[in-house]
Ligand binder design. Structure first.
Ligand code: IMP
Length: 196
């Protein structure tokens, strides 16, 4: 079966395609499938926003659609930027968002944080599958590395001394929130297929 990836974020799309390809599933981005729109993320949780995006793509194209809604939650900032990670402070670019995060955190000692990813898959018959993955880490005082996307250059993985942006794509996918959520999702998809 073919699945539509309901995202226009190139960093996410690349990771989702690589991980989902391991299952043999055929995946294509919604733009490649001819639906060039951005669903409005009006939810207040990662789960709600993932469902909004997957539903919109499924309805527009009439095929099963998978969406990721994800973000960075920083303890000392009360969980911000959270579901607003992509629009933090109204910033337009990743470097601007990273700079704002470092400014807001200042010289705060508690730099604990986590990345969260929620995957939602909506089928044309209305069936829904969801899965969640988290990755704990700490926020650095300056960006390091040029891999990945988003907040990767300031997110350090415990015990490695490396930021997400200093990992290869394969290393990141093995430990990341999205990698974990997609693994849990694959398990649910296998069960769903088995009981159809
Ligand atoms: P959304 O899920 O499209 O609302 O956006 C998620 C936002 O969270 C991205 O634009 C990034 O700023 C951030 N984010 C999500 N996953 C990652 C990641 O794997 N690395 C770095 N930043 C991420």
């Amino acid at each position: 079966m073919r699945y539509i990836l309901a995202s226009n974020n190139n960093g996410k799309l690349r990771e989702m395609k690589v991980i989902l390809a391991e299952t043999g599933a055929e995946v294509v981005s919604q733009r490649e499938a001819g639906a060039d729109f951005e669903a409005e993320e009006t939810g207040t949780t990662f789960e709600e926003n993932a469902l909004i995006k997957a539903r919109a793509a499924c309805q527009a194209l009439g095929e099963p659609a998978i969406a990721d809604d994800s973000g960075l939650c920083v303890d000392a900032l009360g969980g911000a930027p959270g579901v607003y990670s992509a629009r933090y402070g109204g910033c337009k670019t990743d470097p601007e968002r990273v700079a704002l995060l470092l400014k807001n955190l200042g010289d705060e000692k508690d730099r604990e944080a986590k990345f969260v990813s929620c995957i939602a898959c909506v089928f044309p018959n209305g069936d829904v599958l969801t899965a969640r993955g988290e990755c704990p880490g700490t926020i650095t005082t300056a960006p390091r590395g040029d891999g990945g996307f988003g907040y990767d250059p300031v997110f350090e993985l415990p015990g490695t001394g490396k930021t997400m942006a200093q990992l290869t794509e394969e290393e990141k996918n093995a430990v990341s929130h999205r990698g974990r959520a997609l693994k849990a999702f694959q398990e649910k998809l296998r069960e769903y297929d088995a009981h159809k």
